[in-house]
Design a protein around this ligand. Sequence first.
Ligand code: MG
Length: 169
Amino acid sequence: MTDELVSAVRFGHGFDAHRFAQGRPFVLGGVRIPYESGPLGHSDADVLAHALSDAILGAAALGDLGEHFPDTDPQWKDADSMRLLEACAALVRGQGYELGNVDATVVVQAPRLAPHVPAMRMRLAETLRIELDAVSVKAKTSEGMGYTGDGTGIAAYAVASLVRRSARR
Ligand code: MG
């Protein structure tokens, strides 16, 4: 690996958490999951899309999702977060980067997410316009501990890699 290529690879990290509320739709990675409650938020509160957006923006040092799409702006009320994620990918591409891969972990006690992971990966790959094998989503519980364990809320962590377009082989 050349020095030039090493310096052209960038990594970003993202985190998001939302509180559950009865009767709210539960959308994760753009996939609607049937459940009695869902994350509360100004947008559709898709924690996975939000953590991934922050990871992608972070890799290019372009701030965070809240800066680009403020939750005080009525324009983003109940917004489809996959459109925001798509916009973040377009933003970094506009800065001369190409997306490498993304990897995320969602932490929640219930519902069970594993059956929905393949659909989430497909939606994310489509939205980010990267290959399916460059998109990883993992579902974990916190074994009943803390706010992700007692049904209070849901959290997601994500990393993303970017490659400067000129250095791509
Ligand atoms: Mg959020």
